[in-house]
Design a protein around this ligand. Structure first.
Ligand code: NAD
Length: 433
């Protein structure tokens, strides 16, 4: 089966590579010439563990190719996936669908009957119908189906998530398209992953509902963490206890500086707009968005308190700036709120991130970039952990303290044991304990 993937970003590239690993013939199209150049050379333009290997193996086997030639890629494809970005629209918080509709216009002249066009991008309810209407206008001659196949992979474990998904979700009302997508995902079904066929509206909404629910869990545990601090409980013990309840589950109960990333903030915002527009407001999720925004601001206050209440003239070392570990993605990372606030209040900021520097450097002007986690400590009054990269967990805290001027360690990800930090001479402050 031939597949065309429009967009070679975090989702398109991983999906294309994994589909080719199943044995399908995949052509991935992107507009960005620099990105294509790297891809052609067998290098992934994003940091995602394991991705280079899969790409190179399947490129060599002739099953995976990258191109700007849309016409050639679309022709003969049994399925054309749209995996372009759907960022938050400036001003009103809706999903910006301009890339999706631009891609639809571009593929339209090249589609051949019978065409299955499938959104992998996260798109609001009704988008599949809108794509169908636009295609019908552009190609009245064409026999086609528009489906929704939202992607649930997580950056940092994207290959594992794509190849061992909790479920594959397909929204379609076409039997012919269902047959094609059933065949496409058979390798996963044979390994026991459920492939669910639902209506297009249900698939579109399920993706947003899933992300909003996860954002809710994070905001919930963040507020419980604040309460723990006031009453002397330990949020990790509370989270472990409630997480054992299978109705709750133990995932996404880690308190921190607020959720960020390429999906949760924009998807929460878009879902809120969908709710309001359809006169079914999601008041709980509206509150989640507000709580999360305030949390990021509150975190810079914690760092300020740790150095005695004023950041002026203080040096703050930051460990990690990406929105989570094992990715170089900086989209909506909490660091983009916290670090500028530290700078504004007069601090000097030293930063280290194992993979994020290239993306983060233009987004965080005015900071000093360091070569290692320990370098961040040189002359610092306080160190703060913003991203829980594994390599920070075994840091030599005595050496960290030795290189610092002050002794404050503000661990916004709870990666250190308070006792060990205090034994190293640090004044430790975690979250919710
Ligand atoms: P991205 O910005 O990393 O990638 C989008 C790519 O599409 C870019 O490389 C861009 O150059 C390319 N592109 C845009 N318009 C094009 C066109 N007309 N023709 C060819 N290429 C085009 O975005 P992403 O993070 O991969 O997200 C894509 C979609 O998947 C979004 O809707 C997102 O919400 C959803 N999603 C993302 C994740 C994630 O973890 N990143 C997870 C699940 C779902």
């Amino acid at each position: 089966m031939k597949i065309c993937m429009i967009g070679a970003g975090y989702v398109g590239l991983v999906s294309a590579a994994c589909f080719s690993e199943f044995g399908w013939q995949v052509t991935c199209v992107d507009k960005d010439p620099k990105r294509l150049q790297e891809l052609d050379a067998g290098r992934s333009p994003i940091y995602e563990p394991g991705l280079d290997d899969i790409m190179q193996r399947n490129m060599q086997a002739g099953r995976l190719q990258f191109t700007a030639d849309l016409a050639g890629a679309v022709k003969d494809a049994a399925v054309v996936f749209l995996a372009v970005g759907t960022p938050m629209r400036r001003g009103d918080g809706y999903a910006d669908l301009s890339h999706v509709f631009a891609a639809v216009e571009e593929i339209a002249p090249h589609l051949e009957s019978f065409a299955v066009i499938t959104t992998k991008s996260t798109v609001p309810v009704g988008t599949s119908r809108e794509i169908e209407a636009r295609l019908r206008q552009l190609r009245p001659d064409l026999d086609f189906a528009v489906c929704s196949n939202p992607e649930f992979l997580r950056e940092g474990s994207a290959i594992q998530d794509f190849t061992h998904p909790d479920r594959v979700l397909v929204g379609t009302d076409s039997d012919a398209a269902r047959e094609v997508l059933d065949r496409l995902y058979r390798p996963l079904a044979l390994r026991g992953s459920p492939v669910m066929f639902v209506s297009r509206e249900s698939a579109e909404l399920a993706k947003y509902a899933a992300n909003a629910f996860l954002a809710l869990k994070i905001s919930f545990i963040n507020e419980v963490a604040d309460l723990c601090e006031e009453i002397g409980a330990d949020v990790q013990q509370v989270a472990a206890a409630i997480g054992k309840d299978r109705r709750i589950g133990d995932k996404f109960l880690h308190p921190g500086p607020g959720y960020g990333g390429s999906c949760f903030p924009k998807d929460v915002s878009a879902l809120i707009r969908t709710g309001r527009e359809n006169k079914a407001p999601l008041s709980i999720i509206e509150q989640v968005e507000r709580v999360n925004h305030e949390r990021k601001i509150a975190m810079s206050g914690r760092i300020e308190e740790a150095v005695g209440g004023s950041l002026r003239g203080k040096t703050i070392g930051i460990l990690g700036v990406t929105f989570k570990p094992n990715t170089d993605d900086m989209r909506d990372a909490p660091s983009l709120v916290i670090v500028p606030m530290l700078l504004e209040r007069g601090a000097q900021v030293r930063v280290f991130d194992p993979q994020g520097r290239k993306q983060a450097e233009p987004m965080l002007p005015g900071v000093a970039w360091c070569q290692s986690a320990l370098d961040v400590a040189d002359g610092a009054d306080a160190i703060s952990v913003l991203t829980e990269w594994n390599e920070f967990r075994a840091l030599d805290l005595k050496e960290l303290r030795r290189r610092m001027k002050g002794n404050a360690l503000v661990d916004l990800r709870n990666i250190f044991m308070g006792k060990a930090a205090e034994e190293a001479g640090l004044a430790y402050r975690g979250i919710g304990r």
